[in-house]
Design a protein around this ligand. Structure first.
Ligand code: NDP
Ligand code: 2IT
Length: 443
């Protein structure tokens, strides 16, 4: 049995109750096999055993008082997965579906993604099963203050730097930062995604969506295709999906769908970015509100957007949003490219199918790395105690996405799998982490 296969089997056994984590580990280990086999010293050093075991997991009670004066209790998590390349870095997710499995898979993925950015960041992720939806601002604030009261013991600008993810945006980061500052008596870059008035970076809000479109551009150009004029199906309507839609339009493409957990909208005239932004960011509304305001839009309750015919698909909502049947529908509809923008949006079978069918495919570790890369740039600005212009940050983001494309492509070629960006991104991300872990000894 190969070393990678043995470790996958061990994780399946040890973490049998963590299916998403098993899925993420399987995807990575299967694809880095050639890079691992080329270095017998990795097996000697039990490198993979260490790579799949988080350095530290913190789980805690989050009690908070709702508007009726009742004490509510949620569960909080922070998984500090790997610090070989820098302080733990990764977002916080507030969603009722969040479990230890969710944050473990995300922190594992984050380790390789952060490596791909080439910035000095280790991998971590956290969150809670708290649902911000339908809560008042005061309730969200009291929850965030309680959450940070415990989390503050475990993080720091040189230790672990959280950011946003699903359910954690500018409002939540503001409350979390305020409480950290109050407890620690320090104004430091302990969180990213901060407001522009208090240490945030220009272009961080837009970065994940913009970055995904920049790397899509590299992929299309490399294949003699033009982004202008292409129709794109997008899922989600949160931070990532919104700014992906904006950048696609700026570059002449036509995004025609958006969705949330209640349903999807198809707008034959192309999504009206300002209207969707107003509904989602200002009013905290639903995509069904969008459909009501746009005569050209159709709303599909409870349905995904994958049956809409288009040139390109960019899932941007959550994990496992496309299974094998959805992938077959996309291929049957003549899709040319699929860019994963949410974390782990495709099942293992769906990825395999899309690749076998010769669809241009970019995995999420490469495609959504622009968010955390710009968080890395926010950390740099905080350390320097100065701020760069939007154009400067955006240009750096563009260069990072181009170099992720190039490094992943090159790693795939070296592995004898030209054009396989799953293998390329995973190997390029893994190599750096592996070298650093070997250099740092048995830790
Ligand atoms: P938001 O909370 O801003 O938006 C999430 C969107 O996805 C909403 O439209 C939400 O709909 C939908 N959604 C969430 N959970 C589900 C679900 N279980 N089923 C169906 N729809 C769902 O989050 P982001 O836009 O920040 O994150 C989207 C994805 O991108 C996530 O996978 C995240 O991990 C990833 N990502 C985010 C980065 C960032 O910088 N923010 C960076 C890199 C990756 P509803 O309102 O109904 O819940
Ligand atoms: O999944 C991700 O990369 C994020 N949610 C962003 C993490 C960060 O630290 O900016």
């Amino acid at each position: 049995m190969k070393y990678t296969e043995r470790i996958i089997a061990e994780v399946q056994k040890k973490d049998a109750h963590h299916p998403n984590f098993i899925q993420a580990v399987t995807e990575v280990l299967e694809s880095i096999d050639s890079a691992v086999e080329a270095h017998p010293e990795y097996k000697e050093a039990s490198l993979l055993e260490r790579l799949v075991e988080p350095e530290r997991i913190v789980m805690f009670r989050v009690p908070w008082i709702d508007d009726k004066g009742k004490i509510q209790v949620n569960r909080g998590f922070r998984v500090q997965f790997n610090s070989a390349l820098g302080p733990y870095k990764g977002g916080l997710r507030f969603h009722p579906s969040v479990s230890l499995d969710t944050v473990k898979f995300l922190a594992f993925e984050q380790t390789f993604k952060n490596s791909l950015t080439t910035l000095p960041m280790g991998g971590g992720k956290g969150g809670s099963d708290f649902n911000p939806k339908g809560k008042s601002d005061n309730e969200v604030m009291r929850f965030c203050q309680s959450f940070m009261t415990e989390l503050s013991r475990h993080i720091g600008a040189d230790t672990d730097v959280p950011a946003g993810d699903i359910g954690v945006g500018a409002r939540e980061i503001g409350y979390l930062f305020g409480q950290y500052k109050r407890i620690s008596n320090q104004f430091t870059g302990v969180l990213t995604g901060k407001g522009l008035d208090y240490g945030g970076s220009l272009a961080r809000t837009e970065a994940t969506g913009y970055g995904a479109v920049y790397i899509l551009q590299s992929l299309l150009q490399d294949n003699d295709l033009d982004l202008a004029g292409k129709t794109v199906i997008v899922s989600g309507s949160g931070n990532v999906a919104l700014y992906m839609i904006q950048k696609l339009q700026q570059l002449g493409a036509k995004p025609i769908t958006a969705s949330d957990s209640d349903g999807g909208v198809y707008d034959k005239d192309g999504i009206d970015f300002e209207l969707l932004q107003e509904i989602k960011e200002v009013k905290r509304g639903r995509v069904s509100d969008y459909a009501q305001k746009r005569p050209s839009a159709q709303y599909y309750e409870g349905k995904g957007v994958w049956s809409v015919k288009a040139d390109i698909a960019m899932p941007g909502a959550t994990q496992n949003e496309l299974d094998l049947d959805d992938a077959k529908t996309l291929v049957a509809n003549g899709i040319k490219a699929l860019v994963e923008v949410s974390n782990m949006p495709l099942s293992l079978e769906a990825i395999k199918y899309v690749q076998e069918q010769g669809i241009l495919y970019l995995p999420s570790k490469a495609a959504n790395a622009g968010g955390v890369a710009t968080s890395g740039l926010e950390m740099s600005q905080n350390s320097l105690r100065l701020g760069w212009s939007f154009e400067e940050v955006d240009l750096k983001l563009k260069h990072i996405m181009q170099s992720i494309y190039h490094d992943s492509k090159q790693a795939a070629e070296l592995a004898g799998q030209p054009g396989n960006f799953l293998i390329g991104a995973n190997i390029a991300g893994f190599n750096k982490v592996a070298h650093a872990m070997m250099a740092q000894g048995a830790v």
